[in-house]
Design a protein around this ligand. Structure first.
Ligand code: 5GP
Ligand code: ZN
Length: 117
C-alpha cells in the first residue's frame, strides 16, 4: 500500500530505529537526522515516516505530510541558528538522488553558490 514501510529501504529503517542516526527532531509524521556525509556545517535530512520514492510523490499522496517536511526543515534551521539555508529535493538519479525515500536536505552554515552543481 502507498506509504507503507519498504523492507529494503534505508530511510524506512532509520525512521523505525533499526539503523542508528543522529536524530535532531521527530514528529508524528517526520524524522530529522544529520547526513552521514555532510556537505555543509549543517546538513540534515528531513524525511516523512511514510515511504514515498520522492518529494513529488509524497506531495501528491500526502500534502499535509509534505508540508510537515517543509515546516520541520525550518525548525532544523532555527535549531542550528541559521538565518539563511537551502532546502534541496534531489529527484531522480540524474539530479543526484541516491536514496529513493523522499527527503529534504537542509544545508547551511556556509556561503552557497548559485547555480548549484
Ligand atoms: P540523495 O543523494 O538521495 O539526495 O541523498 C541521500 C543522502 O543520504 C546523502 O546525502 C547521503 O550522504 C545520505 N546517507 C546515505 N546513507 C546514510 C546513512 O546511513 N545515514 C545517514 N545519516 N545518511 C545517509
Ligand atoms: Zn522508505
Amino acid at each position: 500500500m502507498a506509504g507503507e514501510p519498504q523492507a529494503d529501504c534505508l530511510f524506512c529503517k532509520i525512521a523505525e530505529g533499526q539503523i542508528p542516526a543522529t536524530i535532531l527532531r521527530e514528529t508524528e509524521t517526520t524524522v530529522a537526522f544529520r547526513d552521514i556525509n555532510p556537505q555543509a556545517p549543517t546538513h540534515v535530512l528531513v524525511i516523512p515516516k511514510a515511504h514515498y520514492p520522492n518529494a513529488a510523490e509524497l506531495a501528491a499522496a500526502e500534502p499535509q505530510i509534505a508540508a510537515d517536511v517543509l515546516r520541520e526543515s525550518r525548525a532544523v534551521a532555527d535549531q542550528d541558528h541559521l538565518e539563511s539555508y537551502r532546502v534541496v529535493f534531489n529527484t531522480g538519479g540524474g539530479a543526484g538522488q541516491t536514496v529513493f525515500h523522499a527527503h529534504a536536505h537542509v544545508l547551511g552554515g556556509r556561503g552557497m553558490q548559485w547555480p548549484p552543481g
